[in-house]
Ligand binder design. Structure first.
Ligand code: BEZ
Length: 165
């Protein structure tokens, strides 16, 4: 079952990739405090994720902060070495933190797993707004490209919805 508005983020072991050493932690430890935008991609370095989805959040970090977002986290079903390499190459570290969900356990727990041909089971493309560990809004990208789950749409949601600062 897919996680819904009002549900609490589950606790699943993940690796957190950031500016320092990669650490073993849990999804609720990373996502459970403050106002968090969590978006997930089918794959590090895959074309749309690499040229559109992640860059939109990196480029708009100041706008998210101005709207009271404490952190932006990107999830990917990739091992932490690949995830770190992508984060570094994208100049995202220090702006976006990354969850390496190598075996897709968090994707499964959220009910946001999708089969992508030869790539296998990955995160469905989505973005959610989380406040103190509770999902306040969820935008699943059901059509190709990046629209409802992209940074401009999430900024709009933060500006117009009850979760605005
Ligand atoms: C992408 O363009 O990001 C993508 C392509 C194929 C599978 C998954 C993602």
């Amino acid at each position: 079952m897919t996680i819904q508005r009002g549900d609490r983020i589950p606790s699943v072991p993940i690796k957190l990739v950031g500016t320092g050493d990669t650490v073993d932690t849990t999804s609720d430890a990373v996502l459970g405090t403050g106002r968090v935008v969590f978006f997930a991609v089918p794959g590090a370095f895959t074309p749309t994720c690499d040229t559109s989805h992640l860059p939109g959040f990196v480029a708009n970090i100041a706008k998210f902060r101005a709207l009271g977002v404490d952190k932006i986290v990107c999830g990917a079903v990739n091992d932490h070495h690949v995830t770190k390499a992508w984060a570094e190459r994208s100049e995202a570290l220090g702006k976006v933190e990354f969850i390496s969900d190598a075996h897709g356990n968090l994707a499964e727990a959220l009910g946001l797993v999708k089969q992508f041909g030869d790539l296998g089971k990955r995160f469905a493309r989505f973005a959610m707004i989380i406040e103190n560990g509770v999902v306040r809004d969820l935008f699943v990208q059901d059509v190709a490209g990046v629209t409802v789950s992209g940074a401009p749409a999430i900024l709009m949601a933060l500006q117009t919805s009850q979760v605005s600062a």
